[in-house]
Design a protein around this ligand. Sequence first.
Ligand SMILES: Nc1ncnc2c1ncn2[C@@H]1O[C@H](COP(=O)(O)OP(=O)(O)O)[C@@H](O)[C@H]1O
Ligand SMILES: O=C(OP(=O)(O)O)[C@H](O)COP(=O)(O)O
Length: 478
Amino acid sequence: MATAAASTTFSLLHSTTTSSSSSTTSPSRLRLTSAFRVRPLRGFAAADPLLAVTVAARVGRVRERKGARLEVSMAKKSVGDLGASDLKGKKVFVRADLNVPLDDNQNITDDTRIRAAIPTIQYLIKNGAKVILSSHLGRPKGVTPKYSLAPLVPRLSELIGLQVVKADDSIGPEVEKLVSSLPDGGVLLLENVRFYKEEEKNDPEHAKKLASLADLFVNDAFGTAHRAHASTEGVTKYLKPSVAGFLLQKELDYLVGAVSSPKRPFAAIVGGSKVSSKIGVIESLLEKVDILLLGGGMIFTFYKAQGLSVGSSLVEEDKLDLATSLLAKAKEKGVSLLLPSDVVIADKFAPDANSKVVPASAIPDGWMGLDIGPDSVKSFSEALDTTQTIIWNGPMGVFEFDKFAVGTEAIAKKLADLSGKGVTTIIGGGDSVAAVEKVGVANVMSHISTGGGASLELLEGKELPGVIALDEATPVAV
Ligand SMILES: Nc1ncnc2c1ncn2[C@@H]1O[C@H](COP(=O)(O)OP(=O)(O)O)[C@@H](O)[C@H]1O
Ligand SMILES: O=C(OP(=O)(O)O)[C@H](O)COP(=O)(O)O
């Protein structure tokens, strides 16, 4: 039943002979020299072997083999490795990332993440499994009705092609009752797993309760793979097998390949509002990219660090020193780091706010920056014209308000245009993807990733706990 081709594997050939037979080597002990060549097994270009190895070694294991061959493997068992004999009648706990944007009336404004979860769910249904589907939505503190998964049920049912049953909780007797009445091929959607604080704490007792609902685990939540939470990492300790879903696999296949061997010049565009989690990523990005463009809520911390006044814009006060050192590091590394030269400011955070364009150095008190200005769009576009690979995470402004969507839309159109000219364009993150969908150019991008933070962490070469915890695939012969 096992299909080795479903796994993501790098093969390394060493120029000198190694003696041992099939012993496992710690990634940190692997000596990387120019003598290594990376032979990609599954369509990976490998112009940057060192990075390819670093990424692979951090995600998986390194095996030393007889005959001068080293295999670096991030091969995880896949749901495609399981067939009807493994799945029929089995209760399968599926963690997806259904964290979709909702408007004030609880309408889904972009269903990309739901659509992306469907292939795994349908595969399980087809093979007679009972699907127990779980996800988070937003960042609730305790039970918060506006973060219920209930608004997702109609679209989910429509896309799957059968009526999804919704539980009001993610654990407990009521949920157990619903699980026991679930037919083979049925789907039960649990309530937002983050209604329990134990979820994000990765509390083992809580993970055990979630796991007790099922026989095996499929993680398809790429967007949350960088979080070690009870429903992503904790449950793997109690459910065997724990395998990767098709989306998780597809994302890793594409992103590891793209970031290990980017066609250069390589640019990253980072924006959005999750400043504290993304500003740290910039340090590692400076090691990898040739050009770094910053937009969104991120920029005001940099302006303030340079002594500019930022009015009431979003600022992370405790990251000012970091911003200063990042600017210095960019210079030292020869990375072209561009901050917007002008911004669109608003007198309140609302769609009907008064707005004007000002130079970045002239934000008055009481006003806040909610988009990048036209000069910035021009200079960003010129910089992007020189590139061959672009990864974009985080909108340039508050694109949900039409008045402040211009910068984001212009960058989305620019990337679409460059994509048509052969530039590799990778868009990551729930809101960034929603912005690209809104402009109607998602289908021309090289890759739409369902994970913003997750794709950036992968690019950094960090371990993704939700991936690491999954079962290893049967090693592939090299
Ligand atoms: N200047 C800004 N001030 C406040 N919020 C902003 C600003 N620019 C962008 N945002 C907000 O950032 C959010 C997306 O951020 P984030 O979650 O980091 O992106 P993604 O989901 O693509 O990873 C959007 O809701 C957008 O309104
Ligand atoms: O939207 C998400 O991440 P992203 O905004 O980095 O793409 C994921 O659902 C993870 O959410 P989290 O950052 O609240 O853990």
